[in-house]
Design a protein around this ligand. Sequence first.
Ligand SMILES: [Zn+2]
Length: 281
Amino acid sequence: MTSGNPPWYEIDENGQIMVLEVPSRLKSHPEVIRRGLEPTDPWKVGVVYSTSMLKEPLYYIKILDTDTEEAAIFQQLSRQVDTRNHTIPGELTPPETGHPLLITPAMSDFSALLIEGIEYMHDLRITHMDICPGNVLVADPQIDRRYSGVEPGKVYLIDFGSSLQLPLGPGSQHAITLPPSQFRPENGITCFDPYSWDVYCAALTMQQTLKTCYRNDPPRIACLYADWLKGKERGCKAVCHCRPTARRARQVLTGVLWLVRAWEQVKNVLYILKSSLSPPS
Ligand SMILES: [Zn+2]
């Protein structure tokens, strides 16, 4: 382990790899400690660990191999604010803090944080109007140092250039003419309930991110949720009921998250059992 590159293992007194144990080197990494993260579950033994599934938000921590270009490529892609850029939001730990780690929120948590942010705005009768992958960021360590109050790993919406303050709240506001935005509605629709438009754009953002993160094998339940959120727009002129409000979406997601985690936990146990039968190469 002289290079410092993964896999990192805990070894017992007989020289055997302890597949269930999180390497002490990871637990004592300065950035893991500074962020108060507690890696508990191996996802790829020696390389990827997650924080506890019972504690939100859930994070994945990947120990990067410095012999690969992964860190440099991730850094370059995550700097691009472009609607075509669907790099999973995440944080690369600064080099001065030790071996580089990539910390990413779980997709389900990313969705929950995004919906929660939209619900908060809607409670204040503000609509973003241009939610898209390029306008959703996760706070990285560099920003943390410059702006006190920015929480590492938290999902932030940016670019309020098209945002609106509205006289009526969700469920009362009628459709308005849409301002310019990265996403456009289907079927040439030009008017939209602005609260419903934010939820629609959040659904498209989730769908694109899922496609990028999981390529051909996205979690079925996450796809179903994003489809439900997107709904089928009928071109409502008054209050739109084609999709849930942000509040309802957040409430349902809480239930979905429980199901996703239960399933992920089962998969994790199966993986650990498999790993314990054949030591990882
Ligand atoms: Zn509608």
